[in-house]
Design a protein around this ligand. Sequence first.
Ligand code: FAD
Length: 318
Amino acid sequence: MAEVLVVVEASASAGVKKVTLEMLTIARALGTPSAVVLGGAGAAAAFAEKLAEYGAEKIYAGEGDEVDGYLVAPKATVVAELVKSVQPAAVLLASTQEGKEIAGRLAVKLDNGLLTDAVALDADGTATQGIFAGSAVVKSKVTKGLPIVTIRPNSTTPVAAPAAGTVEQLTVAVSDTDKLTKVVERVAEKKGSRPELTEASIVVSGGRGVASADNFKLVEEFADLLGGAVGASRAAVDSGFYPHQFQVGQTGKTVSPQLYVALGISGAIQHRAGMQTSKTIVAVNKDPEAPIFELADYGVVGDLFKVVPQAADEVRKR
Ligand code: FAD
C-alpha cells in the first residue's frame, strides 16, 4: 500500500495535537500512514510513541534550525522533497493557520491541486467540505496530482492502531528564499489549569449576553466546576470581554466536545460553524426565539445570571 503523509501538528508543551491523531486515523483509508515531524532537533523522537500508537508506520524527521528557525516556507520545501521521493498516495495537513500555509505552498511547488477544510476523506481521495459556515456540504476531488488535503480539527474520533513508528531522518536542504522570514522569539502560551479549547471534552462559552469582561468570571467558574475549557462568541470577543484565541466559530476555533454550554449566545450561523458537531448542546438564553434553541439538546429560557449560579449549586451537590 502506498504511504499517506500526515504532517504532524504538535508542540513541546501540549504534545501531539488531537488533530494529528485524527489525520492518522483518516489516512488509513487511503494507504499506510507516515508521520512527518517538522521542528527542532529531537522533535520526532519526543512524539514517536504517540504517533506509532495511532498508526504511523514511518516517522520522517525534518528537524533542525533550518526548519525550526524560520517561518513556514522551509517546512513546505521539506515536505515537497519528501513527496517527490516517496510518491505518497496523499498528503494530509491540519486546517490550522500553519497547516493551510504549508499546504498552499506545497501545492504551488508541486503544481498540484489542493482541498482545504475537509471533514471527511474517502479512499478515492474525495473530500467532504463544509461550506457557507457548515450549512451545506460539497464533495470535491483534486484533478491534478495527488490529494493534498487539510483536515478540520474535530472531524473524526481518533482510533489507536499500533504500528512500527520507525524514525527516519530527512536531509533538510532549504534555499535562501525559504529563509526570508525568521523566528525572532517564541513565547509559550500561558498554560492554565483548563484544558485546551479544541481538545476539551467540555466547553462553556459566553456570548454578548454575558455583558462584560468582569462577568466572564461566571463563565470561567462554571467551566472550572465542570472541568471544561472556556470559549466565547465573536460578539463577546469584539466587545473585549474575552481574548480572541478563545473565539468559537467560522473565524475562530472549531470545537466538538461531548458537552457544549452556550451562555447568552444567540446561535448565529457563523458561531454554529464552530460548535454544531458537539455531542450535547445546552443553551441558556433569555429569548425563547433565539436560534441557538433550534440546535440545543437542552435549553433553559432564562437570565444566565440567575440560571448559572443555580446550576453551579446543583453540580456542587453531586
Ligand atoms: P448576540 O447575537 O447579540 O446574542 C446575544 C444573546 O444573548 C441574545 O440571544 C440574547 O437574548 C442573549 N442574552 C442577553 N442577555 C442575556 C442574559 N442575561 N441571559 C441569557 N441570555 C441573554 N460569530 C462567532 O461567534 N464566531 C465566529 O467565528 C464568527 N465569525 C463571523 C464571520 C463573519 C464573516 C461574520 C459576518 C460574522 C461572524 N460572527 C461570528 C458573528 C456572528 O454573525 C454573530 O454576530 C455573533 O455570533 C453573535 O454573538 P452572540 O450570540 O454572543 O451575540
